[in-house]
Design a protein around this ligand. Structure first.
Ligand code: FMN
Ligand code: SF4
Length: 373
């Protein structure tokens, strides 16, 4: 049996294997952000598909941090019943689930939130509303928003929380010299740009106690100039190690970087070498940081995943689009059918996540339509 299917741990959390479902916005919550039975059902399918740890889609910690329609929310106790129903259903299916906590920063959807967007610095995204630089008072509130949302996750029965500090969202904006032009204690040198993230993880740790698994998703590189670069990302991970974080998921890219360098890169993966976009940064990480590394980005085959873990490049293998295409992929691999994921990385699945239908593999539907003609 592959070492990917051996039990493993993240902090106090024992997982049945080394496969993680990377956070995936489904667009299946209510307009306000409550969990729906359809969304819970997606999580159950992943649990039945034997994913070791499911990470939910990004869940807003405050209203002005809302990114998209029908996005999950954890900014009020009103969301506890739905969140609890989700964890109970996943646990019944023998799964493990973490809640991803996020604030979109300047990428917030102000039409949906009805509130002005906040960013590290004043910034107007192309075709979007201007975001204003968060004040120190705003930041103190935001830190508490993250901590209270984490407390709710624990109360609702989630096995862990993951702080979203990647992909050009608020915490990633603070880390990035491209977005963060601040002159105060939150801008300038890396230790200042990392201050907000460190305050967030400290506040969460205080809220949830010493044993509760706490993960962070980080960009290894922003792919914009002058963005966060791998050497700095590794330093941030080393700082997180000192803050009792239990694991880091290494990702990369942001919307401004364009389709080929978005977190979900568009473009067909043609060979094993194309898989694992951030494996170079992961190697650097493993030399400097002791925390378990969850690697995401373009992983499509069991062989590559095995080699990355065997060679010590990654400790956990994280997948997003392959599990949209085939929620039962891990079970299939475990049962001996080792064909790679059929995901085409064409990103057609974004459409239904944003138009109210809920994320699904559009490419597969089109293929089925064509073959039935
Ligand atoms: C439809 C869709 C929704 C996504 N939603 C999130 C999200 O909520 N949070 C997040 O951190 N990343 C999100 N991502 C990025 C993925 O987690 C992942 O980092 C990226 O797709 C690369 O992995 P893959 O090649 O396995 O798809 C999303 C990607 C897609 C395609
Ligand atoms: S639509 Fe399907 S094949 Fe295309 S990227 Fe999304 S999951 Fe992969």
């Amino acid at each position: 049996m592959s070492l990917l299917f051996e039990p493993s741990t993240i902090g106090r959390l024992t997982l049945p294997n080394r496969f993680v479902r990377s956070a995936t916005f489904e667009g299946l919550a209510t307009p306000e952000g409550a969990v729906t039975p359809a969304l819970t059902q997606r999580m159950v399918e992943l649990a039945l598909g034997q994913v070791g740890l499911i990470i939910t889609g990004h869940t807003m910690v405050s209203l002005e941090g809302r990114a998209g329609p029908c996005q999950m929310a954890a900014h009020s106790d009103a969301f506890l019943p739905g969140l609890t129903a989700m964890t109970q259903a996943v646990h019944k299916a023998q799964g493990r689930i973490a809640l991803q906590l996020a604030h979109a920063g300047y990428m917030a959807n102000t039409e949906l939130s009805g509130l002005p967007a906040l960013g590290a610095s004043d910034f107007t995204p192309e075709g979007g509303q201007p975001a204003r630089a968060a004040t120190v008072q705003d930041l103190a509130r935001l830190v508490q928003n993250f901590a209270m949302a984490a407390q709710r996750a624990k109360t609702a029965g989630f096995d862990a929380v993951q702080v979203h500090a990647a992909h050009g969202y608020l915490l990633s904006q603070f880390l990035s010299p491209y977005f963060n032009k601040r002159q105060d204690q939150y801008g300038g040198p890396l230790e200042n740009r990392a201050r907000l993230l460190l305050e967030v993880v400290r506040a969460i740790r205080q809220a949830v106690g010493p044993d509760y698994p706490l993960l962070v998703k980080l960009n290894s590189e922003d792919f914009i100039e002058p963005g966060l670069v791998p050497a700095e990302a590794i330093q941030v991970a080393a700082l997180l190690e000192q803050e009792s974080v239990d694991a880091v998921e290494l990702s990369g890219g942001c919307k401004l970087a364009g389709p080929g360098r978005m977190p979900a890169r568009q473009g067909r993966i043609k060979s094993p070498e194309d898989e694992g976009y951030y494996r170079q940064a992961a190697r650097m990480y493993q030399q400097e940081v002791g925390l378990p590394l969850i690697l995401v980005g373009g992983l499509r085959s069991l062989e590559v995943a095995e080699a990355l873990v065997r060679d010590g490049v990654a400790d956990f293998i994280s997948l997003c689009r392959p599990l949209i295409r085939e929620p039962g992929l891990i079970k299939r691999w475990r049962e001996g059918d080792r064909r790679p994921s059929a995901c085409l990385s064409d990103n057609l699945c974004y459409g239904p996540a944003f138009d109210g239908r809920g994320v699904f593999c559009v490419a597969e539907s089109l293929e089925k339509d064509q073959s039935s003609r």
